[in-house]
Design a protein around this ligand. Sequence first.
Ligand SMILES: *Cc1c(COP(=O)(O)O)cnc(C)c1O
Length: 358
Amino acid sequence: MRVYNFSAGPSMLPEAVLEQARDEMLDYHGCGMSVMEMSHRSKQFIEIAERTEANLRDLLGISSDYHCLFLQGGATGQFAAIPMNLLGDKRSTCYVLTGSWSKKAASEAKAFSNVKIAASSEEEHFTTIPDPSGWQVDSGAAYLHYTSNETIHGVEFPFVPETSLPLVADMSSNILSRPVDVGRFGLIYAGAQKNMGPAGITVVIVRKDLLQTPLLGTPSVLDYKKQAEAGSMLNTPPTYNWYLLGLVLEWVRSQGRIQGIEKRNREKSELLYSAIDASDFYRNPVDRRYRSRMNIPFTLANPELDSQFLGQAQEAGLTNLKGHRSVGGMRASIYNAMPLQGVQALVEFMKEFERRYG
Ligand SMILES: *Cc1c(COP(=O)(O)O)cnc(C)c1O
């Protein structure tokens, strides 16, 4: 039996995608082998790679001013690759800190640049977004970086920051969940394992004119220019993950594209937040204006009940609800692939648990 998996990542994939992958596992479209066994230079695989990129460009409206790269090393690899590729003859980079992930990104960039912090909500325990009117953006920095959805703290930007610097966004945990105007960004990156596929492949969308000569010593696999020239195949790419990412994009199309997905995401998150807000037993600490539609942390009024909550949820087929160790409590990650029924089942379970223990 399949469970409703609320994991923050790797996370649920659409059942239709897993079924198609199963059906094509041993013999992909009559070629007598699995996609896993194909040469990345083969006609079949090149076709898969090209279709995946075309679908990504189409769904997100990515113009030919941008490269789409399919890389390894996760979003964490890009924390280093971004300053290495975009710094050029500048010395500083600028970061907005709204949670653990933006903090990690800034910390990694320190090895390569003078990192300026434009604003931070750390004193508010990362439960809000600092008012952009007060951000101190270094106009000499190579770019301004922010994390559009903080996966651990459950804080999401409902707006795109205005800036004269190239804007860089870590969209690992909310890409494809709502429409985005790519033209406003210099670079968007996302690890696949939240909203796009399995772990092991990372998408980088970068405006071509921003690519500088990378810092001396930049490994070829992290060199965006070289990867772009090689069609992201400078070395063997994660072929099977690329294929699965392609299946997820086709699934997004079948769901009414990003508009259809967004509508369901709004419905799912509103259902869970209203259940939390309607009760004194559950609580979400995030500034209401900036609550994430993807990751919803919540605490129980009595934390001594946490392990019972988790154990009984697990028995009810609702798994991976434990909050991140740095925040505690619970966290429900409800990415694109989580069906509305999963959130309904969680809300019913929460009501019943409160009736018994509240
Ligand atoms: C998960 C996550 C990361 C880290 O991704 P890796 O693929 O493990 O490197 C970075 N940023 C955000 C916002 C994430 O959700």
